[in-house]
Design a protein around this ligand. Sequence first.
Ligand code: DP6
Length: 324
Amino acid sequence: MNNAVTARAHTNIALIKYWGKADPKLIIPQNSSLSLTLDPFYTDTTVQFDAALTQDQIKIDGQVLNQTAGQRVRDFLDLVRQRAGITAFAQVNSYNHVPTAAGLASSASGFAALAAAASKAAGLTLDQPALSRLARRGSGSATRSIYGGFVEWQKGHNDLDSQAVPFQETIDFDIQMIAILLDPRPKKVASRAGMAQVVATSPYYTAWPPSAEKDLIAMKAAILKKDLNLIGQLAEANAMKMHATTLSATPPFTYFEPETLAAIEIVQSLRNNGVSCYYTMDAGPNVKVICSAKETPAILTRLRQHFPADHLLVAKPGPGIAYL
Ligand code: DP6
């Protein structure tokens, strides 16, 4: 039980968004979602339980987390301890290989890596579905980062059936993403708070879960057809439906910044000129372009006219969880 265990999890970006919880404590979502796991964005986390420690010691990128920031991690470690029947505190060292403040879902790779490393270090032997359910308790989007490629998080009904399943782990057609980093500041409204506010106050929210479930069915068919244009159209429409719920919340809020619209306009104008590219956005202003590797050079050339080259990050489909 004293052994240090290191796990690597890649981040994922949802093509059909998870937005709203049916059970906030267990993180059971209101709708199923579907994502693409991305490479080279990942988190490496080492966990060691040690009876000599008097409290959990949590470091992210070499910095000790303060009480408040560390609470979510400590709560998660408590869950692991409870399941493993142990009481020892843990040393956690986590390194994000995602450019700083990229807003690229670090809670997804972070809690997936933590779930894998902490459960094994605590002596638990979990298969991938069980690991996915455990990661879910840290952050909803982490549920999907257990698997590579296209991953579906089936919302389920309870702690034992709300989990991810691989939809297509090996992708044999040309699809990737370009993340455009627009704003390095911390999110104005965290995804957890944003979706809670929307569920509680937006009169449009009731339309979201059934609409997202329809989009998910269409997205799975588009992936099976390897139809990049249809995948992009569906992802774009689904993301904008999610963002429409923030404007209709009380008080209203938006993740859009002026540069978000500039990025979207560039994607639209490229498309009007025959380049297949689409966009998606999460709980922050950054825009992710969905495109093929073949067309990426032309898209990058256009984007570099407006954004600094080091704000444009190209990601291809990535793998599932691994122990190092
Ligand atoms: C917009 O997984 O960050 O990125 O479960 O509260 O930790 P918590 O939320 P989080 O929400 C992600 C929301 C999203 C869409 C998605 O990834 O599906």
